[in-house]
Design a protein around this ligand. Structure first.
Ligand code: 5AD
Ligand code: SF4
Length: 419
């Protein structure tokens, strides 16, 4: 999501303010840091990075802060680092052109409606297009700061999304990546009452009619909205990549309730079972938070039990990080060392599953979409079910989807030969 926001910022500044990009910060007339605030670490990093950039920037160069930390801290950023010229929140990207010209401006309104805003065009990849389909989040997970930084959930009109996908296809892009905090809640809230009734499944069906779009990916879906229609579409639509993120957060029904996730351990397991039954080749990734307030050893064992049953292909693990003004931050906290130990246990368990999955891939044939030529002559791409694959080959493979036989497992990625 932040990557796409950065692309929008670049596009707007290129089109309206005559900026071009440089890779050398000492040469820059404008330095922008696009921030995350989902956990505490990136927030702390912001002020040390700001200090570094302020030291090396050329005379008269401007510095701006964008993203979720901008939404969350607002003018406090300028109070703490007076050399910062402007602050633009994650929901206010459309105001960037004006903000860079207005010293001291702070644009952080989380109710600002950008859903009809047609941003200028800029994409960092020639092969894949990130496309926002909704802004904000209508959930209130008790650990999460996002609803306070990205605002209420609102869907972007389908027409704008379809046009972006068509334009990408015309430019030779074969893969689109749909972005939203709860993508499968798409269509629940539109800003205009007249918007046609739409849901995520219908959006997927319409997008897959576009010639030239061969792959559709999305993140993040919420387990609560994975109804049978959606799972059926995921299974039967050949353009939808068979790699799905199903964020667990915790395997304990008690903790899930405290997190206000809206599902139980059994319910989550049933969703994964349905996905696996309908699409045996599907790969599943997840997010897990350990050491959420009150998490007992027994609760943590429930998480390990879900991990053992689902055997996720990829896990993004986090130690709980208290966020300001969230209900969980005032609950009784767990000792940090316990969190570290649980995190390590989880990582070790997951490694064993990862090895199993990757070994199973050897000998299989996958369609790989090549996107990156490495200096050592290898070309990297991703299979339809999200595995990273390297082959020997020339730049002719870039932008092509080709059958590859997997030969070697290097744990985090695979090697193969083009057929
Ligand atoms: N502490 C730790 N992890 C968090 N996440 C969100 N908020 C927190 C927090 N306060 C994780 C969740 C979410 C992912 C994007 O970040 O797992 O799914
Ligand atoms: Fe945060 Fe929960 Fe919304 Fe995800 S669904 S963005 S974790 S509040």
């Amino acid at each position: 999501m932040n990557t796409r926001d950065t692309e929008h910022i670049i596009a707007e500044l290129n089109t309206h303010n005559n900026y071009t990009q440089t890779t050398n910060p000492q040469e820059a007339d404008l330095i922008i840091i696009n921030t995350c605030s989902v956990r505490e670490k990136p927030v702390a990093k912001l002020f040390s990075e700001l200090g570094q950039f302020n030291k090396i920037k050329k005379d008269g160069a401007k510095i701006g802060v964008c993203g979720c930390t901008a939404s969350h801290l607002g003018d406090e950023i300028i109070k703490r680092a007076s050399y910062v010229d402007f602050v633009v929140g994650a929901r206010n990207v459309s105001k960037i052109s004006k903000a860079v010209e207005t010293k001291g401006s702070v644009e952080i309104d989380i109710n600002h409606d950008e859903t009809n805003y047609d941003f200028s065009e800029f994409r960092s990849s020639l092969y894949k297009a990130n496309i926002n389909i909704s802004l904000g989040c209508d959930k209130q997970c008790t650990f999460c700061i996002v609803p306070a930084t990205r605002g209420e959930e609102i869907s972007i009109p389908a027409e704008i999304i379809l046009n972006e996908a068509k334009k990408s296809a015309q430019n030779g892009i074969k893969e689109i990546f749909l972005l939203g905090q709860n993508v499968n809640n798409y269509g629940k809230y539109f800003s205009s009452q007249n918007s046609e009734k739409y849901d995520f499944t219908k959006l997927l069906q319409e997008l897959s009619k576009i010639d030239g779009i061969e792959r559709i990916r999305f993140t993040s879906p919420h387990p609560l909205h994975m109804d049978d229609d959606f799972i059926e579409e995921f299974a039967s639509n050949p353009k939808i990549c068979k790699f799905i993120h199903v964020p667990l957060q915790s395997g304990s029904t008690k903790i899930l309730k405290d997190m206000k996730r809206g599902y139980t351990k059994e319910w989550f397991l049933k969703v994964c079972e349905k996905i696996k039954t309908k699409v045996p080749t599907a790969r599943i990734s997840t997010d897990i938070i350990v050491a959420f307030p009150h998490e007992s050893e027994e609760d943590f064992l429930d998480t390990l039990d879900v991990v053992n049953q689902v055997k996720f292909d990829q896990i993004f693990n986090f130690k709980y990080s208290p966020r300001p003004n969230t209900p969980a931050s005032t609950m009784e906290q767990i000792d940090s060392d316990i969190g570290t130990r649980r995190l390590n246990t989880l990582i070790e368990l997951h490694k064993t599953h990862q090895d199993l999955h990757m070994d199973k891939a050897i000998g299989q044939i996958h369609k790989v979409y090549f996107e990156d030529l490495k200096p050592n002559g290898e070309i990297m791409g991703f299979s339809d079910n999200g595995m990273q694959v390297f082959v020997e080959g020339s730049e002719e493979l870039l932008g092509k989807i080709v059958d590859v036989k997997i030969t070697t497992n290097t744990r985090t990625s695979l090697k193969g030969v083009v057929l």
